[in-house]
Design a protein around this ligand. Structure first.
Ligand SMILES: Nc1ncnc2c1ncn2[C@@H]1O[C@H](COP(=O)(O)OP(=O)(O)OP(=O)(O)O)[C@@H](O)[C@H]1O
Ligand SMILES: [Mg+2]
Length: 465
């Protein structure tokens, strides 16, 4: 069943079309172009059937507006002036088809069904194109576990939208990889990707770096310069280490993002901000807001769509996947025949906490490939820090100090919540998000499982392929 909007100023005509099409489809009607276009703007119609002669606008103008407002909606024009020229004009203007009044119900039905068929073909072609593009952008980002699946899901959902994204995560977790994936997978991929490290530019230069400056704007500005916002154009501006941006600049950036325009240093004229913004930080910005080092208004403006990257130690099996990947890359790069790990080396990798996350793993693998004598990386090829972690207790992920400050009872509660989460995550992974199967394995009712999932803040949908 398709959603169809009919615009015709004659009530009898509207009633007739509604009767003919209403059997198989959901039909809305409008008596003039103004009302019709308002309806079109507020709902997703598959098809617009419009009279050419309307009291306020002619049908070709409606067609042009519809193309802009709802490019996915097919259009069929109806007219009493069945001339060849009008038909040609309609097709040129992007209407799929044209019915000449008076028409038989079957003529209308046939034209409408052809238009709808074309719409569904186009929608499928577009979906296929989008899926390819998304895969392209996400290929660089490895990880099959639930945590990274969720990150990938979040990227796919947002990449085509003009929404500001805030990527957070410990150092080396892949924040820049995510920013690039959003750009690559999204509609702006052909436009520039411009990265700014807000923490690496001297404070007195950041403003002119971001916004540009005129000639003579300050001592040493002997030439005008475009800023990075302008260089990004309609592409993506990646504001890396946004937590390190000085307060004064936070105010200026917030204003630019709020008003979608900015001024070059030394210039009165306002220029538009067209770029999509992706920001990243390893800091806890909420804490920075509380501490007064980060502006709350800027935080809210950036925190529209947060993507939190999990630390490597919370990614389960992905650790080995990444380790093998980096081992392979390093072996090829250094021309060394290293292909795997000894079981002891694997155990050591698994026990270590990886404070430097993926980047640390990458460097560790490069070093190991250089040191390895045989085809396998052994414990001797790993840094002391990695090996000494292997000797002690298996380390719990997350905050040890808080645990040490808990009462016995709170510690048990904490452990139970974590165990529950680990357990549910494992179940959902095994059954790929199928709650019925997972509940059966767990030996509990589906409803109970749903309750536990809510408690553990897990969403079965994220585990489905
Ligand atoms: N999921 C992943 N798959 C493959 N490589 C990854 C992945 N995540 C990170 N990397 C690699 O790890 C390194 C660090 O990633 P990146 O620079 O994006 O991290 P970051 O979070 O920006 O780190 P920092 O906070 O230090 O700036 C890069 O070489 C990147 O290619
Ligand atoms: Mg980075």
């Amino acid at each position: 069943m398709a959603r169809i909007l009919v615009i015709d100023d004659k009530a009898s005509m509207r009633a007739m079309v509604e009767r003919v099409l209403g059997e198989a489809h959901a039909v809305d009607t409008a008596a003039d172009a103004t009302d019709g276009l308002a309806k079109l703007a507020n709902a997703d119609y598959d098809l617009l059937v419009s009279d050419v002669r309307l009291p306020d606008l002619d049908g070709f103008a409606v067609l042009a507006r519809a193309r802009e407002m709802a490019p996915d909606t097919e259009v069929v024009l109806m007219t009493a002036y069945a001339t060849v020229e009008a038909a040609v004009e309609a097709v040129k203007a992007g209407a799929y088809d044209y019915v000449a009044k008076p028409f038989e119900p079957d003529d209308l039905l046939l034209t409408v069904s052809r238009a709808l068929e074309r719409r569904s073909l186009r929608a499928r072609a577009r979906a296929a194109e989008r899926a390819l593009r998304h895969r392209d952008g996400l290929d660089e980002m490895l990880g099959e576990g639930a945590a990274m699946q969720k990150v990938r899901f979040l990227i796919e959902r947002v990449c085509d939208l003009d929404v500001t994204v805030l990527v957070t995560g410990e150092s080396g977790t892949g924040k820049e990889v995510v920013a690039r994936a959003i750009h690559q997978a999204g509609a702006r991929r052909e436009r520039p990707f411009v990265a700014v490290n807000c923490g690496a530019i001297p404070e007195n230069l950041i403003e002119s770096e971001l916004f540009g400056h005129t000639k003579g704007a300050f001592t040493g500005a002997d030439q005008a310069r475009t800023g990075l916002i302008e260089e990004a154009g309609e592409g993506t501006l990646f504001l890396d280490e946004i937590g390190d941006l000085p307060l004064e600049l936070q105010v200026k950036l917030n204003r630019a993002l709020q008003e979608r325009c900015f001024r070059r240093v030394g210039e009165g004229r306002e220029r538009p901000v067209r770029a999509r913004i992706v920001a990243a930080t390893h800091r806890d910005l909420r804490q920075a807001v509380d501490a007064g080092t980060f502006r709350e208004d800027l935080f809210f403006r950036l925190n529209v769509y947060p993507i939190a990257l999990p630390p490597l130690r919370a990614r389960g099996e992905d650790l080995f996947l990444l380790a093998r990947h980096f081992l392979g890359l390093a072996a090829a790069r250094f021309g060394r025949p290293v292909t795997g790990f000894t079981p002891e080396a694997l155990a050591a990798l698994a026990r270590y906490e990886w404070p430097g996350n993926v980047r640390e793993l990458q460097h560790t693998m490069e070093r190991a490939v250089i040191l390895a004598d045989g085809p396998q990386v052994g414990v001797d090829d790993l840094p002391d820090a990695v090996n000494s972690a292997a000797g002690g207790l298996p380390r719990a992920e997350g905050p040890l100090p808080p645990l040490a400050k808990m009462t016995y009872k709170d510690a048990l509660d904490w452990g139970r919540d974590r165990t529950l989460k680990l357990y549910l995550d494992a179940l959902l992974r095994r059954f790929e998000g199928n709650v019925s199967h997972a509940a059966k394995q767990a030996g509990i009712e589906r409803e109970s499982l749903h309750r536990l999932l809510r408690k553990a803040d897990l969403d079965a949908a994220h585990y489905r392929a």
